[in-house]
Design a binder for this molecule. Structure first.
Ligand SMILES: Cc1cc2nc3c(=O)[nH]c(=O)nc-3n(C[C@H](O)[C@H](O)[C@H](O)COP(=O)(O)O)c2cc1C
Length: 388
């Protein structure tokens, strides 16, 4: 009999282009809104390093602005200069040293830029925010329509703005690679700039970048083409989408299938399936009901109908649930967000839940040596107590 149990799919490595993910667990981008003028700090290093120590195969650094005005809040990270990139270098190095694939999401907040950090209200900046030192700036969008009453009116992007922003995505992606990130994700979700082009709720352009589905997809696809052309062919490119707005008259899952096909044809390797956010009620808000795995159905349709690999994410907390989704072919990768904030060792705890790491060999060796003896001691004591 084989003493080693078969590896669950969750722990089976997977290669995308030239990058091998040690397992299928992804920490999705989660903004911490804690940078000063876009520069990463010790906080970010420790925050992201934890997830790598905790067994995540891939760790995404949060939404990072490709331009200063593309930050969502005053606290968002940026990659619009080499100085910003240099500050990210220790994070990429730490993730790699600890065995995770260093990855980063780059984006532009569009008409949702220059807003409050969540804990100050999650709305447009107000006088109290300005008194606290927050800065308000001119925001850009597909059309000059604010997210809601009281929000900033975006400047409708002209040809120069479109070109400049596309180039900023390319430059940020290349800077990310230069400092050690191995995968790049373009943020096309949650009502931010590129999703605001996709969604009929926010794009009213008449210049070929709107009107029809094809027109609305045009600018995001131009950004994809430019970034893909600039990246080495070994580098995986991901795109995060809002699979549906979840609002009447908005972007739908059928649109996402068409879009995912276009993304796949342009060399996007993984579509990361989120949803919502094109409303003032919260970053990912929509009318969708939330339950464990609530967005995984989107990932399933993307991989089956558009034939592009996908990540399923959303209230997945239990390792057996994650494994079941992979076994069913519901998604290729599993995003574990808030659960990783709650338990930064989630991946290592998951491997123990499957019984594939009784000796703590997957843990950082600095911990493993102690924990293996500690655990055996606990079990021996429990056994002797049971005997009475
Ligand atoms: C604190 C926090 C910050 C987030 N920031 C981002 C972000 O920067 N980019 C993004 O695409 N999604 C962001 N999200 C969404 C998460 O990536 C994820 O899709 C969502 O939390 C659902 O997964 P979960 O239920 O496992 O947390 C954020 C979520 C949280 C909780």
């Amino acid at each position: 009999m084989d003493p080693k149990p078969a590896l669950p799919l969750l722990f089976t490595p997977m290669t995308i282009r030239s990058v091998t993910l040690p397992n299928r667990i992804v920490v999705p981008p989660m903004a911490t809104y804690s940078a000063k003028d876009g520069i990463a700090s010790e906080f970010h290093l420790v925050h992201y390093g934890k997830f790598a120590l905790g067994g995540a195969g891939t760790v995404f650094v949060e939404a990072t602005g490709v331009l200063r005005e593309g930050r969502i809040t005053n606290g968002c990270l940026g990659l619009w200069s080499d100085e910003h990139a240099r500050a990210m270098k220790p994070i990429a190095r730490m993730l790699k040293q600890q065995g995770s694939v260093p990855a980063i999401q780059i984006g532009h907040g569009g008409r949702k830029s220059s807003m409050q950090r969540p804990w100050f209200g999650n709305g447009p900046l107000n006088d109290a925010d300005l008194a606290r030192g927050e800065e308000r700036w001119q925001v850009f969008g597909a059309s000059p329509i604010p997210l809601a009453e009281g929000w900033l009116v975006p400047k409708e992007m002209d040809a120069h703005d479109l070109q400049r922003t596309k180039q900023a995505f390319v430059d940020a992606a290349l800077r990310a690679l230069e400092v050690g990130f191995e995968m790049v994700e373009l943020h096309m979700a949650h009502g931010y700039l590129l999703q605001s082009f996709l969604s009929p709720l926010s794009n009213f352009r008449k210049d070929g970048y709107g009107t029809t589905l094809e027109g609305r997809m045009r600018y995001p696809l131009e950004v994809v083409e430019a970034v893909r052309a600039a990246l080495p062919k070994e580098t995986p490119l991901w795109v995060r989408i809002s699979s549906e707005d979840g609002i009447d008259g908005g972007w739908t899952m059928d649109d996402s299938v068409v879009f995912a096909r276009e993304l796949g044809q342009r060399g996007v390797d993984v579509v990361d399936c989120s949803s919502g956010g094109n409303t003032p009620k919260g970053a990912t808000n929509s009318n969708l009901q939330r339950a464990p795995g609530y967005q995984v159905g989107y990932a399933t349709r993307v991989r089956k109908e558009a034939k592009v690999m996908s990540e399923g994410v959303g209230l997945i907390r239990d390792p057996h649930h994650a494994e079941q989704l992979l076994q069913e072919g519901a998604a290729d990768l599993i995003g574990i967000g808030r659960q990783y904030l709650y338990d930064p060792f989630w991946g290592l705890h998951a491997s123990q839940a499957f019984g594939i790491d009784p000796d703590f060999t997957r843990w950082p060796h600095q911990y493993a040596w102690w924990l293996e003896k500690w655990d055996k001691g606990i079990k021996a004591r429990e056994a002797s107590e049971r005997k009475g």
